[in-house]
Design a protein around this ligand. Structure first.
Ligand code: MIC
Ligand code: SF4
Length: 755
């Protein structure tokens, strides 16, 4: 059902000649990343070597995956492209819109009812255009993709920033905005700036309490949230080969947190075992046939400094378990230093909730290792002091771990099993008491921990760790507990110690599932009707954006100068807003409401230059729009970090913001802005950020000669009559400049289809 063996055969059939061509042009041994990228060039065999971090290259991905919260906008755009069917195998996964409140069954029933209109829309669009549909309850996109679609040496894009999870099985899998997905589904090439390469050499072997998660927690500490920008991270070495395929998936998944384009491991025995274990022996056989192309050349791994732009080495035998946070995933603490950090920083010591699972950490291995600790708690008369939840990543994993008794074990320590969905990871957590905004701590095995993300409470200190560490800490009820060294007092007053977790990479009896939740599309969908009610508050057909007026942009008002971290959660919050992901006008009411205004340090409170009064960002912007005045948003470093949600680019576009000028951008967001016809600019001198004043009126000069690699000029007219002229940079290539001129990439596709 799920995978397309003929497609994989065709991809592998091209490898030999394409790699030979790549070797010729590159002229040196190849990394795995280069092999896969050169094997997926849109134009076929390579005839030039691409500059890392320089050349824009067209690729032909093998697959597209979309989750429900981003698929709505992707598919609304695709419907405008005028194609009868998708051009490459594509799937939709219903996972983000399910709210976690009481437990799997009830929550799923409530979600199915509340989101009926959206699910019906996604199901019918999928059916019509030949897209595979995974129903609510089937699981989280990245876990379902790893189990069913990921294959070594493949290339896919997905409308979610954690798409790189499939790198655990040797696939180049990249998170993109819906407009990019729309292009690929419409049969167009997908463009990416040829990435830089970071090599991570893993030596030694994991043992005891340390898990694959700790590798990426450590890497995040080294590289920080922007250290991977523009790069693909390739893992190799004996340590890499010792990790399970799902453990590798966890590492690649969270590579999104360091801004990496994607992360990847080579094909090895663990990948083969996982393919066979998930009923894909035929793919394993095919992969074995071209094995040498599914890993980097030996010479590359022997002398990595010569072939990667940066190399990091980690000895797994010495790696300690880590806990990262709060509020940012790169604040890394080895567990031996964590208790002191908690005390010194005054973080709430009591642990309220431990949450395991999610797309990042819900493999059979993760669940079995966490369950081994829960089992010990039962045997050693310990009662879990914190609340504890388990989010399985897919129905297949859930069914199997239930069969094998693990869910029952969690139940014994008071664990609540949530639906196979994103739930608490994306603010879809109806946490009792969160509205009181009390300071408190939680720990999760998820990937992100930005403020407010899980429960909407800005005072929730969220930490990220492996499922094992989360479980141990939940049993202890305290952030100060170090299971490697500390004892706990049990019900009988005895001091007991938790033994190291034990688990299995793959189920001995194999995976099982009754209904995986998949719905295949109609052979011929031409008669399928897609219905969007004009009065819906959840879905809205798109109107094309206006083309560029052909002149410089003058007289722009400053909407907001955002201070510090401004992630996509700040620009277009998730949680309660997820329900408007298919309705551009309604969701625009959350635009930038989380961003901190530089001039008054508060969120959602900016000056309306027309009236002089302060008010919410969306309302202020609507006032400018009504007055026919264009605006600009100014931001700090790594603006738009986090999610792939293109709403963060479409909302400002829809409401009449024309320019985003920042110190630096996160990759997906920058592309999303370009796709929607916005101007995404960066300060040539980051210190010029300080020149922007609250009452400035701003001009963008040089657009009539908008050219790749040529700076633009920004003129700041201050209210005291003085003026500053600054130089700003952009990364638009010729094609992207056309998007800007046309008012968005989709306007070009639409025009071409019509011809
Ligand atoms: C996330 O983890 O932030 C999300 C929710 O999965 C997003 C996608 C979205 O906003 O819909 C992502 O990571 O891209
Ligand atoms: Fe879902 Fe969270 Fe994974 Fe994003 S990171 S796909 S919200 S589980």
């Amino acid at each position: 059902m799920a995978f397309d063996i003929e497609m994989i055969k065709a991809v592998y059939g091209r490898y030999e000649s394409r790699i030979a061509a790549a070797r010729k042009v590159v002229g040196k041994p190849l990394t795995l990343t280069e092999k896969i990228l050169y094997a997926h060039l849109w134009d076929g065999e390579a005839n030039e070597a691409y500059g890392r971090g320089k050349s824009y290259v067209d690729f032909a991905p093998d697959r597209v995956a979309m989750q429900d919260a981003t698929a709505q906008m992707a598919l609304l755009q695709f419907m405008q492209a005028g194609r009868p069917q998708v051009a490459v195998p594509s799937t939709v996964h219903c996972d983000h819109l399910i709210q976690a409140k009481v437990g799997a069954e009830t929550d799923l029933a409530v979600a199915t009812d509340q989101n009926k209109e959206v699910y019906d829309f996604l199901a019918s669009v999928s059916n019509k255009y030949g897209i595979g549909f995974w129903k609510p309850g089937a699981g989280i996109i990245h876990q379902v993709v790893l189990e069913n679609y990921a294959f070594p040496g493949g290339m896919m894009i997905g409308t979610d920033s954690h798409t790189p999870n499939a790198g655990g099985l040797g696939m180049i899998a990249i998170g993109v905005g819906g407009a990019d997905a729309c292009d690929v589904m419409a049969g167009l090439p997908w463009e990416l700036k040829f990435p830089k390469l970071i090599g991570v050499k893993l030596t030694g072997k994991l043992s005891g309490w340390t898990a694959a998660k700790d590798v990426i927690l450590k890497v995040a500490g080294i590289l920080t949230v922007k250290g991977g920008t523009g790069a693909i991270v390739e893992y190799f070495g004996e340590g890499a080969r010792s990790l399970s395929a799902t453990g590798k998936g966890t590492i690649c998944n969270m590579g999104a947190e360091i801004g990496a384009t994607t992360s990847i491991f080579g094909y090895d025995e663990k990948s083969e075992a996982y393919l066979r274990g998930t009923d894909r022996a035929d793919i394993a056989d095919l992969a074995n046939g071209i094995k040498e192309h599914l890993t980097g050349d030996a010479e590359v791994y022997a002398n990595p400094e010569q072939y990667f732009d940066q190399v990091i080495e980690i000895n797994l035998s010495e790696l300690e378990p880590h806990i990262n946070g709060p509020f940012t995933p790169d604040l890394a603490w080895p567990i031996s230093k964590f208790a002191t950090a908690v005390k010194e920083n005054g973080w709430p010591e009591k642990l309220e909730v431990g949450l395991i699972g999610s797309c990042t950490n819900s493999s059979y291995e993760d669940i079995s290792r966490a369950a081994s600790l829960a089992q010990q708690a039962v045997e050693k008369n310990l009662v879990a002091k914190s609340e504890y939840t388990v989010t399985p990543g897919s129905e297949q994993v859930r069914y199997t771990v239930e069969r094998d008794g693990f869910l029952e074990t969690f139940d014994k320590i008071g664990g609540v099993v949530l639906a196979n969905a994103c739930g608490p990871c994306i603010g879809q957590w109806s946490r009792h008491g969160a509205e009181k905004k009390e300071r408190n701590s939680i720990i999760t095995s998820f990937n992100r921990n930005f403020a407010k993300r899980a429960d909407g409470n800005p005072n929730t200190h969220s930490f990220v760790a492996s499922p094992e560490i989360v479980t141990a800490l939940a049993i202890s009820g305290s952030l100060l507990f170090n299971p490697l060294t500390d004892t706990l007092t049990n019900e009988k007053g005895e001091q007991v110690k938790l033994d190291e977790p034990q688990g299995l990479e793959l189920p001995v009896k194999g995976f099982a599932v009754e209904d995986a939740g998949y719905q295949a599309p109609a052979e011929d969908g031409s008669q399928v009707q897609v219905i969007v009610s004009p009065t819906s508050d959840r879905l809205q057909l798109l109107e094309p954006f206006k083309a560029w007026e052909g002149t410089d942009l003058t007289g722009l008002k400053l909407l907001i100068k955002a201070k510090g971290k401004c992630t996509t959660d700040h620009i277009s919050m998730a949680g309660p807003w997820l329900k408007y992901r298919g309705h551009l006008d309604n969701i625009s009411n959350n635009m930038l409401i989380g961003a901190i205004n530089y001039f008054n340090d508060s969120a959602d409170n900016v000056k309306n230059q027309l009236t002089g009064s302060y008010g919410p960002v969306p309302a202020t912007q609507r006032a400018y729009k009504a007055a026919g005045i264009n605006t600009i948003v100014v931001g700090d470093e790594n603006y738009g970090e986090g999610s792939s949600r293109e709403h963060a680019a479409m909302e400002p576009r829809h409401l009449g913001v024309r320019v985003i000028l920042v110190k630096s951008f996160a990759r997906i967001h920058e592309t999303n802005l370009k796709k929607q016809g916005m101007l995404a600019l960066t300060f040539n001198n980051p210190a010029d950020y300080d020149l922007i004043k609250e009452d400035d009126t701003i001009d963008i000069i040089g657009l009539t000669d908008f050219t790749p690699d040529k700076q633009l000029t920004v003129v700041l007219h201050h209210t005291d009559g003085s003026e500053d002229r600054i130089q700003v940079n952009h990364t638009y290539n010729a094609q992207q400049i056309e998007w800007f001129k046309a008012g968005g990439a989709l306007n070009i596709i639409r025009k071409n289809q019509a011809q």
